[in-house]
Design a protein around this ligand. Structure first.
Ligand code: GLN
Length: 302
């Protein structure tokens, strides 16, 4: 496994720094694009890593998997009346479908869907961000995880597009709580800082039939874990989900901080990170690294 990581590292090195670091808020625009790390956590409890795998970064949209998991734990299947399970084929922050689909977002991984999920969690928890970060600290085995308040504040200052989605959903009756409060929780979740090692560990439960071997708990049922993986496979990489399935063939979830998590069911969870993004907002070197990985292990879910 360690030699596989070295091979991937060498394959992808020339791509590191290619693309553009997220610059929609100043706090993210200043990240050094020339960083690159990979961590793999196996279902047998082995950790492999290379490069900047212990450097914490802003997890951004990867947090959507954690908030979805919390919502699934606390709501029954009724939750799927408020958010769909279809790929959107549109950028993650698009508003257009919401208007003609009556305020019901296509899936939990586009921003509108994640906002509905955050609204559900707001109704269930006194402090949804506290609940989410405690949960993630537990399943990653890292009690030191921190939220970058500068990033969260900056996201809130430039919140208008996400606020527009939330208000539109509220006008359609698909939003229960105060928009500003939900936006604050959503941004705080996005601003959690984790390394590749933290994320590879935190995603163990999705590779392991819903059971987290780090905290020793059944996080989701086997069926629910399979369903989250299916959603990641169809919608986890925004409007690049199709080519990611084609080239990599694994459930994956990206964030504009440059992290990408992927699941090899029943074997391992992997996180790659490199901050420079391609046109749709996925890490250029990160996607290439996962492509190289599945090519070398000769395995995909398809
Ligand atoms: N905080 C970002 C936003 O809401 C998350 C987007 C992402 O990582 N794709 O726009």
């Amino acid at each position: 496994m360690q030699s596989l990581l070295r091979t991937i590292y060498n394959d992808v090195k020339p791509l590191v720094g290619q693309g553009k670091v997220a610059d929609y808020i100043p706090a993210l625009a200043s990240v050094d694009p020339n960083q690159f790390g990979i961590a793999i956590y196996s279902n047998t409890g082995e950790l492999f890593q290379i490069g900047d795998a212990e450097v914490p970064f802003s997890i951004q949209s990867i947090s959507k998997v954690f908030s979805l998991t919390l919502a699934i734990k606390h709501y029954g299947p009724d939750m799927w009346q408020r958010v769909g399970r279809e790929p959107s084929g549109l950028p993650f922050n698009s508003l257009v479908q919401l208007e003609y689909e009556n305020g019901v977002p296509r899936n939990p991984f586009i921003n509108a869907g994640a906002l509905v999920i955050s609204d559900m969690n707001q109704s269930r928890f006194a402090s949804p961000h506290y609940a989410m970060s405690e949960f993630v600290r537990r399943i990653s085995g890292n009690p030191e995880l921190k939220t970058d308040l500068k990033v969260a504040d900056s996201e809130y200052e430039f919140r208008h597009r996400n606020a527009a989605m939330a208000h539109l959903m509220k006008s359609n009756g698909n939003f229960e709580n105060d928009v500003e409060e939900v936006l604050k929780s959503y941004f705080a979740n996005c601003a959690l800082r984790m390394s590749c090692v933290d994320l590879a560990k935190a995603f163990n439960f999705l590779a392991n039939k819903g059971f987290c071997s780090i905290s020793n708990e059944q996080v989701l049922s086997e069926q629910e874990a399979r369903q989250v993986n299916a959603l990641m496979a169809t919608s986890g990489m925004y409007d690049e989900a199709g080519s990611f399935a084609f080239q990599v063939g694994l459930p994956g979830k990206s964030g504009v901080g440059g992290g990408v998590v992927a699941i090899v069911p029943n074997r391992f969870s992997v996180c790659v990170w490199s901050p420079a993004l391609n046109k749709v907002g996925n890490s250029t070197a990160g996607v290439a690294a996962l492509e190289s990985m599945t090519k070398h292990i000769g395995w995909s879910v398809y």
